[in-house]
Design a protein around this ligand. Structure first.
Ligand SMILES: [Mn+2]
Length: 285
């Protein structure tokens, strides 16, 4: 049994299957953690959803901003852009089942590494590790993140799902300490878990910058992981930030989005020995 984690697939299904065969992924024994943004822009969002769903408990998914947007488009709350490339999903005979499955996925997953058969040469001694699509808000302790992930999950899994999906759009409040109502907490939490890259120095969310920290010369913003106290004692796996290309300044922070959908490559991380596998994008799109 082995744990693998994969970055933003965004419909790059062939690259995913190539990676899984490269590592001899065993769908009866191994676990695949998926860092969110399974869909959008790439050629095979539908096949990606069907495949990850078919893995059952052997897949551990977190929702990304594109996954949430697909749910909103399916619910008629938003219109898809042509570049989202979601029409095959929306026209699929099993779309309702797929959307119910997607909406039931959480924003945060603990990476369990407790199986006794793991080799012991891992250089990391932190015993807790988590995955979310964008990271953890620096304005949260781990306990806040767990609580907010559960809060959002409960709303998305409820019969009021569409009401709540309609409320997620917007960037205010970008400061957790100003999130007072349930709606404000819901919107802030979704933005922190699925859209965050840079934060202002007080930990509030900045939404416009997408480049890597080295290429961003703005004094009053830093990458979220430079401010988070939680990652001093927790390992964190995330996607979403393709311009990092898998690199962060912290050895216990694992960015997995390497821009496959932008023509770069898809990254898979084998957890027990922290070995990376990559698959080049089939096409530049
Ligand atoms: Mn994303």
């Amino acid at each position: 049994m082995a744990i693998y984690l994969v970055g933003d697939i965004q419909g790059c299904f062939n690259e995913l299957t190539s990676l899984l065969s490269k590592v001899n992924f065993d769908r009866k024994k191994d676990i695949l953690y998926v860092a969110g943004d399974l869909v959008a822009r790439g050629p095979d969002s539908l096949e990606t959803l069907r495949f990850v769903k078919s893995l059952g408990k052997h897949a551990k998914v977190v929702l990304g901003n594109h996954d949430l947007h697909l749910l909103a488009v399916h619910a008629g709350i938003k219109k898809a852009k042509k570049s989202d490339n979601l029409s095959a999903v929306l026209a699929a005979p099993d779309v309702n089942e797929l959307m119910d499955w997607l909406a039931a996925q959480p924003l945060l997953q603990k990476i369990s590494n407790t199986e006794p058969c793991f080799p012991t040469e891992s250089s990391h001694h932190e015993d807790t590790a988590y995955m979310s699509h964008a990271g953890i808000s620096p304005q949260w302790q781990l306990v806040d993140a767990l609580e907010q992930a559960e809060f959002v999950h409960t709303k998305l899994a409820s019969s009021d799902r569409n009401t709540w999906l309609a409320l997620m759009y917007g960037e205010e409040p970008n400061n957790w300490h100003k999130a007072k109502t349930d709606v404000e907490k819901f919107r802030y939490s979704i933005n922190a878990f699925t859209r965050m890259r840079f934060c202002f120095l007080d930990g509030s969310l900045e939404f416009t910058q997408k480049e890597s920290p080295e290429n961003t010369n703005i004094d009053n913003i830093v990458a979220w992981y430079e401010l988070s106290k939680t990652i001093r004692y927790t390992q964190w796996v995330f996607g979403h930030w393709a311009s990092l290309m898998g690199k962060s300044s912290h050895s216990n922070v694992y960015p997995l989005d390497t821009g496959c959908v932008w023509g770069n490559h898809l990254t898979l991380l084998r957890w027990h020995d922290k070995k990376y596998f990559k698959q080049n994008a089939e096409m530049n799109n």
